[in-house]
Design a protein around this ligand. Structure first.
Ligand SMILES: Nc1ncnc2c1ncn2[C@@H]1O[C@H](COP(=O)(O)OP(=O)(O)OP(=O)(O)O)[C@@H](O)[C@H]1O
Ligand SMILES: [Mg+2]
Length: 327
């Protein structure tokens, strides 16, 4: 089980620091896929990176809360212990395959470095393992590929290499932060199919950060919706998609291109996500919400509305009745 408990963090802003993620809690069971959605700037990447304390290397300020993997606190680990977990038990796939690989080292040397960090193999076996990993992600002529440099590869091939590297130590969990947004549409579909196959074949737990509700429906078991640094709704995908509870989730789902009628303009949510440091006291979505009233001026509990595992941070939830399953 991978559990994020009450995670908060600050980012530097104008000689001070301001909260950018507040009190995020979520847990991903082994073999399950959790989608993390929300508009740009809601704190999805900061949350995902904090799981492995990567933010600390990118100038992120104070992190509080706890992350537990199989009952062990990652926040109590030394940097050396954490390095074993990163890429070993939890691997990460980033949005930008162009920048995630180092252009001055061959694919082979980058793969062997990662393999060497986590597995006790001699050079020849490490090389065979790298070839197998590249073949597993559908790359041909893997032996030759090991000698190539990243700029000789297409974006799709680079993302496959990164997925192969992520799989190199047989992790229990993968954190994938918008793994396909930098790729063109046909390549996106193939990379998603690959991720899905690996996830299912190996029973991986996964946190999938995405803007694509279609992908959440296709791949995820559970979904968490973030707005302005906090979780506003979470639950099983079937429950949340069937009857989104929070007005923000309803609005986001209403913006999907497939919802627009033929010839009609796409729906947008007026206004924008408040930046860190500009969050209001009460409901952070209130300024953009058609249901907002005086009751939204006070801070809203994460579970202000609850139906089993389906939870929403809203005092005005009006869930539409679910479709009658007997019909
Ligand atoms: N290192 C940093 N220093 C200062 N502010 C930051 C830093 N990293 C992120 N932020 C700010 O924190 C907020 C959340 O950023 P984050 O990257 O987590 O958003 P996101 O939900 O992943 O957005 P997107 O969908 O565009 O990737 C944004 O307002 C961003 O500008
Ligand atoms: Mg992001």
């Amino acid at each position: 089980m991978l559990e994020i408990n009450d995670l908060s963090l600050t980012v530097p802003m104008q000689q001070t620091s301001v909260p950018a993620v507040s009190h995020v809690s979520l847990s991903i069971k082994p073999g399950r896929v959790m989608g993390l959605v929300g508009e740009s700037g809601c704190g999805k990447t900061l949350t995902a990176q904090s799981i492995l304390r990567l933010g600390e290397h990118q100038g992120i300020g104070k992190i509080s809360g706890d992350i537990q993997l199989h009952g062990k606190s990652l926040f109590a680990m030394s940097e050396k212990q954490l390095r074993k977990v990163r890429g070993g038990e939890i691997a990460m796939i980033f949005q930008e395959p162009m920048t995630a690989l180092n252009p001055v080292f061959s694919i082979g040397s980058q793969m062997l470095e990662v393999i060497g960090l986590h597995l006790d193999l001699n050079h020849q076996n490490a090389q065979l393992h790298a070839i197998q990993l590249l073949e597993d992600v559908g790359l041909q002529d893997a032996k030759h590929l090991l000698q190539q440099y990243p700029d000789a590869l297409s974006g799709g091939m680079r993302q496959r290499v990164l997925i192969a590297m992520a799989m190199s130590a047989n992790p229990d969990y993968i954190i994938a932060d918008e793994p396909t947004t930098a790729l063109d549409v046909s390549v996106q579909k193939r990379i998603i199919a690959l991720l899905r196959k690996l996830q299912q074949d190996k029973g991986l737990g996964m946190l999938l950060v995405t803007h694509d509700f279609g992908l959440v429906a296709e791949m995820c078991d559970d979904v968490v919706v973030m707005y302005a640094g906090e979780v506003v709704e979470s639950g099983a995908v079937m429950d949340v998609f069937d009857a989104p509870a929070h007005p923000y989730t309803q609005a986001l789902m209403g913006c999907r291109p497939e919802v627009a009628q033929n010839g009609q303009a796409l729906t947008v949510i007026e206004g924008q996500v408040p930046a860190p440091g500009e969050w209001p006291q009460g409901c952070r979505f209130a300024a953009r919400c058609s249901h907002a009233d005086g009751g939204c001026q006070k801070p809203v509990a994460a579970d202000a509305w609850q139906d089993g595992e389906h939870i929403a941070r809203c005092v005005h939830v009006q869930v539409k009745p679910k479709a009658d399953e007997s019909c």
